[in-house]
Design a protein around this ligand. Structure first.
Ligand code: GAP
Length: 457
């Protein structure tokens, strides 16, 4: 398969246990998706590797802060004043759109980062007479804050108003001193967190690429100002290696440094790692040099010291390098990258997800050739469940050919067939998902065989 058809992939993910429409029995809710068992297995595996690569091996720390925080956090961080998209309303169909998305859709050659909001408005009013299947009469462009608002407690007024976090990072900054004091960590060191973030996106779109609720894996790496550039480069490289390690093809990713006009309010430098989605290059994750912006802002608004005592006893405010990964986007890229439709002899074809063993939702499936053989097959299945962490499934329904196809289509690396030789000679057939080759091994060798496959991948 050369061109990947995004709608075909989405349909496959929706019908095969990866993604379900949220609240489907009530007609759903705009671009909101739930993850099924296979996606959850993959997400858990990705999180495990992130913790291992970004926290454990780097001698960093993990925390878990809350989604709802004191609303002064968002005043200090700048999100209340700056975290907005530009919204424009078409008065003919009464729909609101992100101004930059209209330009991106219709004039992809224009660099929107260079335009201010009045230039964006002028361009849309002059050039866009038809959009989204409707004639246009554009209103004024307005900033729209992306934070979800809510109220704490029984009374809904300004003092009880609060927000769902739009990034996990701020929970780390406000705990910087707590972690440093209680672990006695010395610079440089990082604090990581995995958790949900929320943004009231005006136009959530592209399936799980842009949603209003999503999960982030963020690391705030605190260091001396003089070392910031060195660590900025280090974490860019580390992130690129990480997505390749999970199985994304190098030719489908690129590093894109932000232009000055594009930088977030806190950033001294940002680079995105982008993936070539079927709808074009899109941001998978970002690495930012946030300088001392966040800690300084929180010191100013809280009147608390977040300073660090360096080796000479001098008080300093560390710089921060932040690799921030969106789990949903990473999952989407991994699924797209691995999806293939392969032609087979006799005008046949199969869907196959060439997912790496490390993150495949199912690593091995146990298939008795006939129901008669189920007792022996279940014994093997139970033994794998009991003695290993291998993601294993058991299936005895349908012809063996159909079962192979079913598990190729969700990316199960191996299928182990139990036949009469298993009873008589204690051997099974292992089929490799990618090349469909089969080989026989002894029952006692199954676990070693799977563990070896894991090591060589
Ligand atoms: N703390 C920095 C930060 O939040 P960001 O570039 O706004 O930076 C980081 O977000 C990552 O979070 C993005 O690279 C993307 O993977 C993910 N992300 C952001 N908004 C998202 C959305 N609406 N839906 C899904 N993922 C999103």
């Amino acid at each position: 398969m050369t061109e990947k058809n995004i709608q075909e992939i989405i349909n496959h993910l929706k019908t095969s246990g990866f993604v379900y429409q949220n609240s489907e029995i009530y007609g759903g809710i705009t671009n909101t998706w739930d993850y099924g068992p296979y996606a959850i297995n993959m997400l858990n595996a990705i999180k495990k590797y992130w913790i291992s690569e970004f926290v454990r091996k780097e001698k960093n720390y993990l925390i878990d802060s809350k989604i709802i925080m004191n609303s002064n956090v968002w005043k200090a961080s700048g999100h209340l004043d700056n975290f907005s998209d530009y919204l424009i309303e078409n008065k003919i169909n009464n729909k609101r759109y992100r101004a930059d998305h209209i330009i991106k859709d219709l004039f992809p050659q224009i660099n929107i980062e260079k335009l201010n909001y009045s230039e964006l408005e002028k361009l849309i009013k002059e050039k866009v007479n038809e959009y989204d299947g409707s004639k246009c009469n554009w209103g004024e462009i307005r900033p729209f804050n992306l934070m979800f608002k809510t109220w704490m407690g029984a009374i809904e007024n300004d003092s009880s108003k609060t927000y769902l976090r739009p990034e996990t990072a701020q929970g780390i900054f406000v705990n910087f001193k707590n972690v440093q004091r209680t672990t006695r960590a010395k610079l440089p060191f990082g604090i990581g967190q995995i958790g949900k973030s929320f943004r009231n996106e005006i136009t959530p779109r592209d399936f799980i690429f842009r949603t209003r609720e999503f999960e982030q894996m963020e690391l705030e790496f605190f260091c001396l100002e003089n070392d910031a550039n060195k660590y900025y480069k280090y974490w860019i490289e580390k992130c690129k290696n990480f997505v390749q390690f999970l199985g994304i093809n190098e030719k489908n990713i690129r590093i894109r440094p932000h232009e000055k006009e594009e930088l977030s309010h806190y950033s001294k430098g940002t680079s995105d790692i982008e993936y070539l989605f079927p709808f074009g290059w899109g941001e998978l994750l970002g690495i930012a040099n946030r300088g001392d912006y966040d800690l300084k802002q929180h010191m100013k608004y809280s009147n608390e010291s977040l300073e660090y005592l360096d080796d000479e006893g001098k008080k300093i405010i560390p710089y921060v390098i932040e690799p921030s990964i969106g789990l949903d986007r990473l999952l989407f890229a991994l699924l797209i990258d691995s999806y293939d439709v392969e032609s087979l002899p006799n005008n046949d074809s199969r869907i196959v997800m060439h997912l790496d063993y490390k993150i495949a939702p199912i690593q091995v499936v146990i298939l008795p050739l006939m129901k008669k053989l189920s007792e022996k097959a279940k014994e093997i299945y139970d033994s794998i469940l009991k003695n290993t962490e291998i993601r294993v499934l058991y299936d005895e329904t349908g012809s063996i050919g159909k079962r192979y196809r079913r598990y190729d289509a969700i990316g199960a690396n191996f299928a182990i067939t139990i036949d009469f030789d298993t009873i008589e000679k204690n051997i099974v057939t292992v089929r490799n998902r990618d090349n469909m080759l089969q080989k026989t091994i002894k029952v006692d060798e199954i676990i070693n065989y799977l563990n070896d496959a894991y090591k060589t991948k």
